[in-house]
Design a protein around this ligand. Structure first.
Ligand SMILES: Nc1ncnc2c1ncn2[C@@H]1O[C@H](COP(=O)(O)OP(=O)(O)O)[C@@H](O)[C@H]1O
Ligand SMILES: [Mg+2]
Length: 326
């Protein structure tokens, strides 16, 4: 039995595609008629991505394409009006697409609001990561979002220049003091630590407003995006544990003692965010309870075996670290 390239759950034999659950396919693409194999080859993508992404707000670091579903139900690269973002694996990081898909699922399993995403294929069979844009309304209108670098009124180059503590304080400012939003942020930082995602910088967190909110304050974080089991790439020297320093004033005594972040650090961070201990403790307990499901999800993913093994070793190690002090 194959696993769904969206949810990574086993697919029923009666489904239209052997590697997608019907309901999840429709939720992501709107119709079962959409063809998940693109007419584009990887080589054509390389040539065209420059043309299609110049001046696009989604530029980021990795090459990507803006995608729309055309009248023939094909996924087509477009310069305007795209509802999806396509992220192929960079040449230096094979299987990054499969890795990102699995990493995003783990966040969703832990209850973190997560961008709709899945794997589709180039014409030459290579898997590509695709995500549905959450900054587009159903009628195609652009929905405003602001990332934390913009929130700090800094330039993109400075995306590592603040701590999580300061970023949390900014989120409180930007939301007029919404603790639930900063708790959501704390959970996402813990998830990044759990999966060894060492690139959760200020541009990888953004905020949005609810419809009808005309104030300058934001209501919630956008769905989560850009998650990777970074430490599961053979050739990637991850260097640090998290993209940003945890605290504005240096490492904690417990970090100095252990040499890595533990539950003690996250308790301290929660306190500095003004969040009670209880939701933090329940989140880590929930990770522990869901460990068998998380591991099974990694095993059912489309990552190569060595990458799966590294990803599962990572989450097991990091859970132990999180449980110290919690
Ligand atoms: N599903 C999405 N909907 C809307 N915007 C998105 C989505 N995913 C990513 N983005 C935006 O595109 C930017 C680049 O995407 P990201 O996944 O972070 O790529 P990179 O790996 O190049 O940083 C993000 O900083 C975010 O602003
Ligand atoms: Mg990014």
């Amino acid at each position: 039995m194959t696993n769904c390239k969206i949810s990574l759950k086993p697919v029923d034999i009666r489904s239209k595609y052997p590697d997608y659950r019907d309901s999840e396919f429709v939720a992501l693409f709107g119709s079962l008629r959409v063809d998940p194999t693109m007419s584009l080859t990887r080589a054509a993508f390389k040539r065209e991505s420059v043309r299609y992404t110049t001046g696009l707000s989604i530029s980021g670091v990795q090459q990507k394409l803006s995608i729309a579903i055309n009248e023939h139900y094909q996924l087509e690269a477009v310069t305007t009006g795209g509802n999806y973002i396509l992220k192929p694996s960079p040449e230096e990081f094979p299987h990054a697409a499969e890795n990102e898909q699995a990493a995003m699922r783990t966040g969703a399993l832990l209850g973190i609001p997560t961008a709709g995403c899945g794997l589709v294929s180039f014409a030459d069979d290579e898997f590509v990561y695709i995500t549905r844009r959450f900054d587009r309304a159903d009628d195609g209108q652009k929905l405003h979002q602001e990332d934390l670098v913009q929130g700090f009124a800094m330039l993109s180059d400075n995306k590592y220049d603040r701590s999580y503590e300061e970023a949390g304080a900014l989120i409180l400012d930007m939301t007029n003091g919404r603790k639930t939003v900063v708790l959501d942020y704390l959970r996402r930082i813990i998830h990044a630590y759990l999966i060894g995602n060492d690139d959760m910088h200020l541009k990888n967190t953004s905020l949005q407003r609810s419809a009808g909110n005309t104030t300058r304050f934001y209501d919630f974080l956008t769905p989560n995006y850009d998650c990777l089991f970074a430490g599961a790439f053979e050739n990637r020297d991850t260097g640090g544990f998290l993209a940003l320093d945890m605290f504005a004033d240096g490492f904690s005594d417990t970090f100095e003692k252990y040499g890595f972040y533990t539950g003690h650090d996250f308790l301290e961070l929660a306190q500095r965010f003004g969040i009670p201990e209880k939701p933090l403790r329940s989140f880590v307990a929930d990770i522990a309870n869901k460990m068998p499901t998380l591991t099974a999800t990694v095993d059912r993913s489309y990552m190569p075996v060595a990458m799966k093994r590294a990803a599962n070793a990572l989450i097991a190690d990091r859970l132990r670290a999180l449980q110290l002090g919690l």
